[in-house]
Ligand binder design. Structure first.
Ligand SMILES: *Cc1c(COP(=O)(O)O)cnc(C)c1O
Length: 401
């Protein structure tokens, strides 16, 4: 059916949506008919494929991205003494993982051009306190725009801090280091640990699911144990051994396992990750061109280190964010036309829970100004050209009023 741009589209256009193919369904059905519903061969296969995809040595698949963050926090030993710096413009889980372990969350304001945590502000924070005051940093590749991890790592090393890269938005994203080498998000070169989510709005969907990547063997082993109750069955690691049944719970862990059938879906999805990513970049180019000359619409900038030659970009485009003055007006107008744009994010420090811990509105003015203007437009591989044209039309119509 052809679509009349003057009319509402037939179906709602969300800001993000999963893409499930016949091959995906077949992969899940095959696993359902196998012996393993939970910890079977697909878990390790998914881990291997994912580690290879991002260029890391190890990967640990878990039940969701938040569990991944929690396990990382436990493995790095966050406790009541720990102070950890993250960005206010992220999903709350990036900060909450510190709280699960009793640590203190501090924020560094964003660079308004990219909405990424401003590394200069992280430096200011670190230099304002004696060494040892902070424990670690949790940067976020917000919207799919890669953090300059090389610069952040140099800073972290100077101050003796660990890094957990929250790369939920950026599987397949990359930046160019100072030697012009491609560095893929989550490849473990600059972060102790990196995490990903397979929630349906993310690039790779398993329903619920998450992954941790690392190049550190010690951390890898610790994560495996923490993922399953802190239990080991490896005779080399046990204090005693009473026979074939024997296992030891050596520390307090959790059940953060992901079932085999979801890993089968993940493997199938991962095979299409590059096609999906290319499609996202194509959608971004069309939005960029459409909004370039439009007064009243600002587009977030891609980190300069993510830009290659001839239009190459390491931006993974989980989100396509514009800034407009009357954001609520545009949000409501688009909804009237069945376009469900979304806001990413309400600054974490302004949430009642974080205010109850001493943070206040006004603490991070760039993040708050950004929040008042930001809107994420539909961005997902199965968005059709007609749908995108309709979205662009409606955005222009509203802003031109
Ligand atoms: C989605 C997301 C998470 C949490 O992932 P879940 O799988 O939903 O638990 C954490 N951080 C960021 C930046 C995210 O976008």
């Amino acid at each position: 059916m052809t679509q009349n741009l003057e009319n509402k589209p037939q179906k709602a256009i969300p800001y993000g949506r999963q893409h499930i193919t016949a091959a995906d369904i077949e992969a899940v059905v095959e696993t359902l008919q196998s012996e393993f519903l939970t910890q079977g061969p697909k878990v390790a296969a998914f881990e291997h494929a994912f580690a290879e995809y991002v260029g890391a040595t190890y990967a640990v698949a878990v039940s969701n991205g938040t569990a991944a963050l929690h396990l990382c926090s436990l493995a790095l030993g966050i406790n009541e003494e720990s102070r950890v710096i993250t960005t206010p413009i992220t999903f709350v889980a990036s900060a909450n993982c510190v709280r699960y372990c009793g640590g203190t969350v501090e924020f560094a304001d964003i660079d308004p051009a990219t909405a990424l945590m401003d590394i200069a502000k992280v430096r200011q924070l670190l230099e304002s306190k004696p060494k040892g005051y902070y424990s670690g940093i949790i940067p976020v590749d917000f919207a799919g725009n890669p953090v300059n991890m090389e610069e952040l790592k140099a800073l972290a090393d100077t101050h003796g801090l660990w890094i957990i890269e929250d790369a939920c938005h950026a599987p397949g994203g990359y930046f160019y280091d100072s030697h012009r080498q491609k560095q893929t998000c989550g490849n473990g070169q600059y972060a102790d640990l990196a995490i990903f989510s397979f929630h349906p709005v993310k690039h790779i969907a398993t329903g619920e699911g998450g992954m941790i990547t690392t190049n550190d063997e010690q951390l890898y082993k610790k994560l495996l144990q923490l993922r399953t109750h802190g239990i080991t069955r490896d005779p080399d690691q046990m204090e005693e051994n009473h026979g074939g049944w024997y296992m030891e719970m050596q520390e307090l862990g959790y059940n953060y396992r992901i079932p085999d059938m979801l890993c089968a879906l993940g493997i199938s999805q991962l095979q299409r990750a590059d096609t999906g990513l290319a499609r996202r970049k194509g959608i971004a180019r069309i939005y960029d061109a459409a909004f370039k000359e439009i007064k009243g619409i600002e587009v977030l900038k891609t980190s300069t280190t993510a830009l290659g030659t001839e239009g190459d970009t390491g931006h993974a485009y989980h989100l396509y964010v514009i800034r407009v003055q009357d954001r609520k007006g545009l949000y409501d107008f688009l909804r009237q036309h069945q376009i469900f744009a979304q806001v990413h994010y309400i600054p974490v420090h302004t949430m009642p829970y974080y205010r109850s811990l001493g943070h206040s509105k006004g603490d991070y003015p760039e993040a708050e100004q950004y929040y008042s203007e930001c809107l994420s437009l539909p961005m997902y591989p199965s968005l059709t050209q007609e749908e995108q044209a309709f979205v662009i039309d409606k955005v222009k119509e509203f802003v031109g009023k």
